[in-house]
Design a protein. Structure first.
Lengths: 138, 464
């Protein structure tokens, strides 16, 4: 039964298996560390620059086509409403002003939030005022 | 809220922003569009507040309350004639906010997940410096535009020798500094970059004259969008990237439309130096002794009442004189007498795109009586009276006939084709372009000298 030759063969294949397993493990660990590294690059799961560029370019096209359809009579409201929505930069200010404690970065985050808030409220309200004037008169 | 769910809500907010712009395609859907915009903003802010990055709220609430109160107050107080300077001021705030966020990301990168102080990822450094530079240029550029529009400084272009070389040199230096900053990540370079960008914004807008302000405002509108996009890249935030791109392309299109309305290239506008304060006639020899037919309010009332159709051509001078309400009263009386009254708007009437339409709408002029240049220009030939009030350069036939004129090639309203042209003007002075208008000397032209508002009121009185 205990054939030394077959035993040695089995031991050899076992060693091979173990080697392959180690390789797999190493690959997995590598992958994991890569994922961990990319996960820390950004708050939204860290999309790559190319991915962000894709979004950017497509959004420019959307903007181009939507804005050409805006009637010239409403170009002033267009400007004030784009002004208001560009204040979505408040998102950056919120993240900066959000952490516990207090420091320089938190302070300028607060400044950013305040400035953007002026713009958001001011921009939307002034747009609303303008658009109300464009209601059909009886 | 997990990052994935947050990303989903950011997408929802982006869609609402697109719908907000889409709504502006007609006056009927525009107000719904504005509500979409507000909704998108609420979603964006709420989503960010619920992410794990934000744990302390008091400072945020304080900022939103202070800023919101100031913004609300300003927006409710502002006169519609002052709209251009308001928008310029708002652009500067977006620029400064972008600078603040970039500076915060540089000093505390761990909060934004882009590294630790002193060891920020290279890609983030690139995006951060570009976003910050555009933001800073928007900030100081908009302040210069604001002071010019508000009349705090002269609208005349401020030029000095070697200006363009200086700007080009500073632009090149800016690129070099960004490269050094990305390579070193040094704080000193970052602040130097900020100072340089602030100076550049100031120098870029300074030489541009008052007449070109519609283009400048549109351009700064575009810049504020690109700044937001730049910050979006820094924070890897798709909402900021999308919104910035929408605003950026919107501003770019408006700049293009304004340039076309003046037949100027964007390069030409940016290089500046065009236009005067208005008031000096660069007259050709012999112009002075040509005769001008001037009339009174009673004459004008008589001509208008006996006309079958009237096209009113309002310009910025009408807005300055606050004549829009008196003008609409005059139009109402004419309509009651069965006269067809329409308004023709030149693309660059007013100080910002669409400004004149808002001013007329404020005076309760129905928007279906207001037409753009392309829609109404061929109707002048079949119109009895063209009533030009506070406009000058946009009616000057020299734009079509005189290749030497500075406004040659500019699309104009063909008022000279109408049977009679009435010009309400304070004096014979030229417009912004500093060119004489030969239309004043034509046989079918009658000049009505006086303040636009007073003249309209007197015409109304004479008609009653």
């Amino acid at each position: 039964m205990a054939d030394p030759a077959s035993l040695a063969g089995r031991a050899g294949s076992l060693a091979d298996d173990a080697g392959r397993l180690a390789q797999d493990l190493q690959a997995m660990a590598h992958q994991l560390s890569f994922q961990a590294a990319t996960a820390t690059t950004g708050p939204v799961g860290g999309p790559s620059l190319v991915y962000e560029l894709t979004i950017f370019v497509l959004a420019v096209f959307v903007g181009y086509h939507v804005v050409w359809r805006v009637t010239p009579a409403l170009h002033s409201p267009l400007m004030s409403v784009t002004n208001a929505i560009s204040s979505v930069i408040i998102v950056g200010g919120l993240i900066a002003a959000g952490p516990a404690g207090f420091g320089f970065s938190k302070f300028i985050g607060f400044v950013a939030v305040t400035l953007a808030a002026v713009n958001i409220f001011g921009g939307f309200i002034v747009t609303q005022r303008m658009l109300q004037m464009f209601q059909r008169k009886k | 809220m997990s990052e994935n769910i947050a990303a989903f809500f950011y997408l929802v907010a982006s869609v609402f922003f697109i719908l907000a712009l889409r709504g502006l395609s007609s006056p009927q859907t525009a107000r719904a569009g504005n509500l979409y915009g507000i909704l998108g903003m609420v979603i964006a802010v709420a989503t960010t507040l619920l992410t794990p990055h934000v744990v302390s709220y008091w400072l945020i609430v304080a900022g939103i309350l202070i800023g919101g109160a100031i913004g609300t107050y300003i927006a409710l107080q502002i006169q519609m004639t002052a709209l251009p300077q308001l928008v310029a001021a708002f652009h500067s705030l977006v620029g400064l906010a972008a600078v603040c966020v970039a500076a915060s990301a540089f000093t505390a990168p761990q909060e934004f997940g882009i590294g630790v102080p002193g060891a920020i990822e290279r890609a983030s450094l690139v995006e951060m410096s570009i976003g910050m530079a555009i933001g800073a240029i928007t900030f100081t550029g908009s302040i210069v535009a604001f002071t010019k529009l508000q009349g705090l400084v002269s609208g005349r272009p401020l030029m000095f020798p070697g200006q363009h070389w200086l700007n080009a040199g500073l632009g090149a230096l800016l690129v070099l500094l960004i490269a050094i900053f990305v390579a070193s990540g040094a704080g000193a370079v970052f602040w130097l970059l900020l100072l340089l960008s602030l100076a550049l914004g100031f120098l870029l807008i300074m030489p541009i004259g008052g007449a070109d302000m519609p283009v400048v405002i549109s351009m700064l509108n575009s810049y504020s969008g690109w700044a937001a996009s730049g910050i979006g890249f820094t924070l890897s935030n798709s909402l900021l990237i999308i919104t910035g791109a929408l605003v950026g392309s919107s501003g770019a299109i408006l700049s293009y439309i304004m340039c076309k309305g003046m037949n100027r290239s964007i390069v030409n506008v940016v290089l500046g130096g065009f236009g005067t304060e208005g008031g000096t006639v660069v007259g050709r020899a012999g112009a002075a002794d040509r005769s001008v037919r001037s009339g009174s309010a009673e004459d004008a009332a008589f001509i208008l009442k006996n006309a079958g159709s009237v096209i009113i051509v309002p310009g910025y001078g009408m807005a300055v004189a606050q004549a829009q309400h008196a003008l609409r009263e005059m139009a109402d009386l004419l309509k009651k007498d069965g006269v067809q009254v329409r308004y023709a708007i030149h693309p660059v009437a007013g100080r910002m795109p669409g400004h004149m339409n808002v001013l007329l709408a404020e005076a309760n002029v129905p928007y279906d009586e207001v037409f753009e240049l392309d829609e109404i220009n061929r109707d002048f030939a079949s119109t009895d009276v063209a009533f030009v009030i506070g406009a000058n350069d946009v009616t000057n036939p020299a734009a079509k006939t005189d290749p030497d004129s500075p406004i040659y090639g500019m699309p104009i309203l063909d008022v000279e084709r109408a049977k009679t042209v009435l010009f309400v003007k304070r004096s014979m002075a030229s417009g912004y372009a500093g060119v004489e208008n030969e239309l004043f000397y034509r046989d079918n032209t009658m000049m009505l000298f006086g303040d636009a508002k007073k003249m309209c009121e007197e015409i109304v009185k004479a008609m009653e």
